[in-house]
Design a protein around this ligand. Structure first.
Ligand code: KDG
Length: 316
């Protein structure tokens, strides 16, 4: 039986200050596992689908504990490689009383040594969907080559793919991001980006203009997100908007990935594109309403959120 989703990238140990809202003054930190692509894999798994995740992990304790965390979510990590390097990390404050500030400890990490030969044809041909992001392109040149290789392979095998522009300004310049990401944002089933990311990659944040332009570049479902604001989309040249459910936002980090995962799960379950995007917006809102990237991800079966959860959210 096919895996529903295959994805790869870098997963981080996120150290969150727990005694103060500043990394500068904190002496206590909690550790959680998170990363844009793995967050999507966990979302599909919680919604009752089969997902597989590949990365290169260091031969260190953080690599071991993160593999265990991901496996505990039901995501298949059997393809993962261990290499002689360190596993990446991120340090941040919770953002309860001050804006979230992050620092990465990832340059030269195990995951940044990922290369195209890591992704075998069979990983993609045995899956129904491939998901990738611009973060993997930012961590190293071999990471960008791996994303290009995987998207090309998926297209040639007729496997649907999604690409989240996911600009990370701490990892590269806007100019480098545009040069690398723009050519990748074509011939993709589902393209996702924030308003500022479209501005950098497509040179405009005019939603109607750029989303329809993305459709013209064979990105069949193109979405522009903006936090808890209406989510804009274009499908086959038709523009529309979805108002996300209202929640008290506690920690928006990871909510975009839950949106993407919820939408992919919906599409794989056979929902219409608009219903799938609506399901995604429920997942995103739930994650924003709780602390951490995974805490708020809802459960479901066969790719559909459990009815009691979605009914409650739809009434918000
Ligand atoms: O989307 C959430 C991610 O940004 C976070 O979990 C960490 O993957 C991450 C990154 O590279 O910033």
């Amino acid at each position: 039986m096919k895996t529903d989703l295959f994805t790869f990238g870098e997963v981080l140990s996120v150290f969150i200050s727990s005694d103060t809202d500043s990394v500068m003054s904190a002496t206590k930190f909690e550790r959680v596992t998170a990363g844009a692509e793995v967050n999507v894999a966990v979302t599909l798994s919680r919604l009752g689908l089969k997902s597989a995740y590949f990365s290169r992990f260091g031969n260190d304790q953080l690599g071991s504990v993160m593999l265990a965390d991901i496996a505990a979510e039901g995501v298949d990590v059997s393809l993962a490689k261990r290499v002689n390097s360190f596993t990446g990390a991120m340090v941040r404050n919770p953002g309860k009383t001050a804006p979230v500030e992050i620092s990465y400890l990832r340059k030269g990490s195990a995951a940044s040594t990922i290369e195209p030969s890591d992704i075998l044809d069979s990983y993609i041909s045995s899956s129904r969907w491939l998901h990738t992001t611009g973060i993997t392109c930012a961590i190293s040149q071999s990471g960008a080559a791996t994303v290009k290789h995987a998207l090309k392979m998926a297209a040639s095998l007729g496997i649907k793919s999604s690409f989240d522009l996911n600009l990370r300004r701490k990892l590269w310049s806007e100019e480098d991001a545009r040069k690398t990401l723009q050519p990748l944002a074509e011939n993709i089933e589902f393209l996702i980006g924030g308003e500022d990311e479209y501005q950098v990659v497509f040179g405009s944040s005019d939603a109607k203009k750029v989303l329809v332009e993305a459709n013209n570049r064979e990105c069949k479902i193109a979405v522009m997100t903006k936090g808890d604001q209406p989510m804009r989309y274009a499908i086959g040249g038709q523009y529309g908007e979805i108002i996300p459910p209202k929640v008290v936002s506690v920690d928006p980090v990871g909510s975009g990935d839950a949106f993407t995962g919820g939408a992919i799960a919906g599409l794989l379950s056979g929902m219409s594109a608009v219903d799938a995007l609506t399901q995604g917006s429920i997942c995103g809102a739930l994650v924003a309403s709780m602390f951490g990237d995974w805490s708020g991800i809802p459960t479901g079966s066969a790719g559909v959120i459990h009815k009691d959860i979605s009914q409650k959210m739809r009434s918000n």
